[in-house]
Design a protein around this ligand. Structure first.
Ligand code: ADP
Ligand code: MG
Length: 255
């Protein structure tokens, strides 16, 4: 092998320019045939490397985020949930809330799209180069309780605080005991004014004492201080098709 090629390959390895290493030989042959200039060759190779690096880091951030599924705003039918203000959604999509460490709370009954919208916003967060982590509330409480039991609560809370955005889904579906509520409060307090939380719940704020007991007021106080609440008042999307089917059956039966 030509020693200059060896040296180049070695340097590309050291600099972790793997894409360039894979494609430069073939591309140089093509460039010679097409009489491309050196600057065109360099521009193409570095562009390919940058695109590749961005795609790899996006896929790593998406994997770390642990979304239950990947859904986007483009897949959300806003005409079905008319109670959602698109100006608010567009403002959230600008990532201003992440920059200002503000929270986003989605409130509504089951099936109205809370998880879908939380994940869609999370997908935007990782696309904007921020880190995000998804967890449902029940798993979060179990995780914090275990850490507390094993005397490593502050470490665990620190780990949860490393992510720029934390999505806590399904708050209020299962009861939380006093210790769990207190641990939840500690996590919220640690992130307060430092990094954002996207939270979804089927319970209105007035019902949060049913979830968190005496900690409810303190939790809400921290969460709501800098926040946007999206209250979804529509019907469940899950039963949309079922309803159409029932209407169709009823119509045919009466004919
Ligand atoms: P929730 O978390 O409020 O219980 P989900 O977000 O899990 O509801 O929504 C239930 C299912 O319906 C998901 O598959 C979701 O993608 C879909 N869905 C909900 N609302 C819409 C909508 N407006 N447009 C498209 N899909 C929707
Ligand atoms: Mg949900």
């Amino acid at each position: 092998m030509n020693s200059l090629v060896e040296k180049l390959n070695n340097n590309l390895d050291i600099l972790k320019l793997h894409k360039i290493k894979n494609i430069y030989q073939g591309y140089i042959e093509y460039a010679l045939k097409e009489k491309l200039s050196t600057i065109e060759i360099l521009a193409y190779l570095f562009d390919e490397e940058t695109t590749n690096k961005k795609a790899t880091s996006l896929s790593i951030r998406t994997k770390i985020a642990g979304f239950p599924y990947v859904k986007t705003f483009e897949q959300f039918d806003f005409s079905f949930q008319k109670s959602i203000d698109l100006t608010v959604i567009n403002d959230l999509r600008s990532m201003r809330f992440v920059h200002n460490a503000e929270n986003v709370l989605l409130i509504g009954s089951p099936g109205v799209g809370k998880t879908h919208l939380s994940v869609a916003l999370g997908v935007d967060v990782v696309r904007n180069n921020y880190s995000c982590y998804y967890i449902n509330c029940h798993d979060l409480i179990l995780d914090l309780s275990k850490a507390h039991q094993e005397n490593r609560l502050s470490q665990r809370i620190k780990q949860f605080c490393r992510h720029k955005v934390l999505i806590i889904d399904e708050v209020g579906y299962l009861p939380i005991n006093e210790l769990g509520s207190n641990l939840f409060f500690q996590l919220i307090s640690k992130r307060y004014e430092k990094s954002s939380i996207i939270l979804s719940s089927n319970k209105s704020y007035g019902q949060w004492n049913e979830i968190f007991g005496s900690s409810a007021a303190a939790i809400l106080d921290r969460l709501l201080h800098h926040s946007t609440t999206i209250t979804i008042r529509g019907e469940s999307y899950r039963i949309k098709d079922k309803k159409q089917f029932i209407n169709y059956l009823n119509k045919n039966n009466t004919q």
